[in-house]
Design a protein around this ligand. Structure first.
Ligand code: ADP
Ligand code: ZN
Ligand code: ZN
Length: 665
């Protein structure tokens, strides 16, 4: 017999090997390949001998395939849709280090986590509030049909989406079906995880990035063996081997962390919908600020839409003010970090023993260093970005490659001493606040202070218990947390993304502002939000302030349609990279010519042009975009390009294909 093998290498085609013993489609094998031995998956079997003589399979790693047929099918879809080599996709669908022996040993039943949560079963069941009218309607839409159907649950923050997810999971559990709940990041949404674990004691498995290899395999086995019918996990949990899947929830479906930015480049949200389709399950995408793509799918009736318009117990939405920072500049005669409005609001909270959160999406002390005499800026030597100044460690850091430099005392260009620190980060905010409010307890949450999950828990715990008065942080604090005593949220630098060459900038800004506003006033006291901006009249701010999602959608749609951007066209990004700048440029031109030769009515090609981040970790990057009104046309061009790249054996030069790209930097 002969097996068609997809090797775990960046190659789109498969290879035929001979086999002597019994083997199944989906089995993992080791095969000789170009003088090496590589891992691969059997993706087909045949009796007929191939035209060229086939080598023999060297070793069968898993006699019984670990990938359920459903997941195998899903991987095929990913491989095709995202133009990603099947062998690599299949490999990514399994936890590292697992083999069929683990399964045969029958492990994965009573491990520590299930024993621990099993003990909780003795506790009285967590209280279940009766659903509001809107929640009941959402629940009905999710549960009253059989088979596959996708639902977009559009509910403002605090409207009770999580409660709807739990009810739906309960419903399917009663019918003997399992549920998969995807979240953007476990650490950032601890409450959702805790609430599920409390509601379904002993039946949940949690898959996240800080598990050890062994823990991951154990959790995987519990799921595989049907001992954990409720699974909560991040992106890669979309491959969790649940038995009899009834429901997939994608919480905060608009989040960019669902997109994997390395091979295979899939979006777990869209993959989740496909998995639901393969499993004939229900897919629920939940968000207060749905992505343009998903909302568009409700307009074209691909997805059902249900809306939760009210906050639970009619808690009011916070009052949002936008402060014009140009006026602040005029009044102070210099650049200021905090507006008078925000400082007054903080002072009021402190007097009332209420809490404040201040959000700025930039870590470090100063964004960059500038010589005032000659204009020299301190750039990374490996990337085309400025170095960020970090004061605690007294270093200039590259946020892309980690390069660290001592900050200079004099300009290396002109030897002047007039080195100016431009643009503030969270570290600077913390310092300034300490000076302004010396007796106040301030906490900071960003990637510099949060080396471990426990740092994060410690600071957030301190904030929750009232040991911290003001919490400063990056977007890490923007979502998911429920702090009832926060009555003020300040947002700084919210307009920074609008300056980026990214067609999603307005959408991102709208989402951030809406999510942040949802953090304020979650308790009894009404909340207030102060947003500082240099472009206060931009429609994004006005619509976010008034929580006008549908108006924003309509407005943004006009721009996307006019510019032929998603969700009104299919988009793919192509990055051509090489360490040698002229080779990168030449290759990009060749790719451009090749694509032009395939171009049809339905496909538009932009570029090649240097990527906005032209150099990253010493690699030069050139970019092309393909926009097409037809998914099939786009797909055909990408497949052609993939074959072209493989044929020309790109060597050091690589062509990276990104279908439905999220970031164009
Ligand atoms: P979302 O996920 O939309 O932000 P949550 O599900 O977290 O909203 O609900 C917000 C708060 O309201 C939570 O504290 C939750 O326990 C509570 N809640 C949700 N549904 C109900 C309900 N039907 N009755 C009373 N409280 C509810
Ligand atoms: Zn200088
Ligand atoms: Zn760098």
């Amino acid at each position: 017999m002969y097996a068609d093998v997809a090797v775990c290498l960046p190659l789109s085609r498969t290879f035929v090997y001979s086999v002597s013993g019994p083997i199944e489609v989906g089995s993992r094998v080791v095969v000789p390949f170009r003088k090496r031995e590589v891992e691969g998956f059997v993706v087909g079997l045949q009796d007929a001998a191939p035209k060229v003589e086939a080598l023999a399979i060297k070793e069968i790693i898993d006699k019984t395939p670990l990938l359920r047929p459903e997941i195998f099918k899903l991987c095929r879809w990913i491989s095709e849709y995202y133009v990603s080599p099947l062998g690599e996709v299949l490999k990514g669908a399994l936890p590292p280090g697992i083999t069929a022996k683990h399964v045969e040993r029958g492990a994965g039943g009573a491990d520590r986590s299930s024993r621990r949560s099993g003990a909780e079963e003795a506790d009285p069941a967590a209280p279940r509030p009766s659903l509001t009218f809107e929640q009941s309607k959402a629940f009905d839409t999710i549960t009253n049909r059989h088979g596959f159907h996708p639902v977009l649950l559009h509910g403002i923050t605090g409207s009770g989406k999580t409660e709807v997810y739990m009810r739906a999971a309960q419903h399917f559990l009663a019918a003997g079906k399992s549920s998969l709940i995807l979240v953007p990041e476990i650490g950032l949404t601890p409450q959702l995880t805790d609430r599920f674990a409390a509601r379904f004691p002993g039946q949940t498995a949690i898959l996240h990035s800080s598990l050890t290899k062994r823990q991951r395999i154990d959790e995987w086995l519990r799921i595989y063996n049907g001992n954990a019918p409720i699974v909560i996990g991040t992106r890669s949990a979309v491959f969790a081997p649940l038995v009899d899947l009834g429901l997939i929830v994608v919480d905060e479906e608009h989040e960019t962390s669902y997109k994997q930015e390395e091979v295979p480049r899939y979006n777990a949200r869209d993959t989740a919908v496909m998995r639901a389709k393969v499993a004939r399950a229900v897919a629920v995408l939940g968000s207060a600020t749905p992505s343009m793509e998903s909302f568009r799918n409700t307009e074209t009736d691909k997805y059902h839409r249900v809306t939760l318009t009210k906050r639970v117990e009619d808690r009011p939405l916070p009052d949002v003010q936008i402060v014009n920072m140009r006026e602040e500049y005029a009044a102070a005669g210099k650049q200021v970090i905090f507006s008078r409005t925000l400082l007054d609001a903080i002072t009021t909270r402190l007097a009332r023993s209420q809490q404040t959160m201040i959000l700025l999406n930039r870590r470090g002390y100063a964004a960059f260093l500038l010589c005032r005499h000659c204009g020299f800026t301190f750039q990374c030597t490996a990337c085309s970005v400025a170095l960020t100044y970090h004061r605690t460690i007294e270093k200039l850091l590259c946020h892309y490659c980690g390069l660290a430099r001592r900050p200079p005392v004099r300009c290396p260009e002109c030897d002047s001493e007039y080195i100016h620190y431009v643009g503030e980060g969270t570290e600077r905010l913390e310092t300034e606040l300490k000076e302004l409010f010396p007796d106040v307890r301030i906490g900071r949450v960003d990637r510099d202070t949060m080396r471990h999950m426990r740092d994060f828990e410690r600071v957030l715990g301190g904030f929750r218990s009232g040991e911290i008065d003001i919490l400063v942080g990056t977007q890490m604090i923007a979502k998911g947390h429920d702090f009832p005593r926060v009555t003020l949220v300040g947002v700084l630098g919210a307009d920074a993304p609008l300056a980026l060459p990214d067609f999603r900038a307005a959408e991102r800004t709208f989402q951030l502002l809406t999510q942040v506003a949802g953090r304020s006033g979650r308790g009894e006291e009404p909340g207030e939000v102060v947003v500082q901006s240099y472009f206060p009249d931009h429609y994004t701010f006005q619509l976010a302030v008034n929580q006008k999602f549908e108006d924003f959608y309509a407005r943004e749609s006009r721009y996307r349609k006019a510019m032929f951007y998603p969700p009104f066209t299919s988009l793919a990004g192509i990055m051509v990279t090489d360490r040698d700048p002229s080779r990168a440029a030449q290759m990009a031109r060749d790719v451009g010519e090749f694509l032009d030769s395939m171009r049809s009515e339905a496909g538009r090609i932009l570029g090649p042009a240097p990527a906005p981040l032209e150099r990253l970790k010493r690699v030069h990057r050139h970019q092309l975009l393909i926009k097409s009104s037809s998914r099939a046309t786009l797909h055909g061009m990408l497949e052609g390009l993939q074959a072209y790249g493989e044929e020309r054996k790109m060597g050091a030069t690589k062509i990276i294909i990104d279908v439905d790209p999220i970031s164009l930097l």
